[in-house]
Design a protein. Structure first.
Length: 133
């Protein structure tokens, strides 16, 4: 049915159409963010839940993350999402999409961010200790 009305194959649409659309969308959003901030980086926050925070310290460190992960522009939102909050100065070129682009996050200020395989430099800015500590 699809091929009858659209003579281009699904494979072609999914590979070339979506990929090109995504690439254009990312470039447009990155240009918008550069224009609005006047910077090459944006400070974002990620809350993660860690069962044992013993040994985790405030300050700069490195982390390995998913290739595309969710970060927020609001530290208090990150605190709601995990007991450890990391801050990262994200290169605008590593932003896939954001609250200003195509995702709606109901006030979370969400950004989808690319992280290279080798990880990224972050700063631990919040650690919630267990209630009985």
């Amino acid at each position: 049915f699809f091929d009858l009305f659209f003579p281009v194959s699904r494979k072609y649409l999914s590979i070339f159409g979506f990929t090109n659309y995504l690439r254009r969308s990312m470039k447009d959003e990155q240009a918008f963010l550069r224009e609005k901030t006047g910077k090459d980086t944006i400070r974002l926050y990620r809350g993660v839940e860690i069962s044992d925070v013993t040994g985790i310290e405030y300050g700069k460190t490195e982390t390995i993350d998913y290739p595309a992960s969710s970060w927020t522009m609001f530290p208090h939102i990150a605190q709601e999402l995990g007991n450890v909050v990391m801050a990262r100065d994200v290169l605008i070129e590593d932003i896939v999409t954001s609250v200003f682009g195509h995702i709606s996050t109901h006030g979370e200020g969400e950004f989808i961010v690319y992280t290279p395989k080798e990880g990224a430099k972050v700063e631990v800015v919040y650690i919630k200790k267990a209630e009985n500590d």
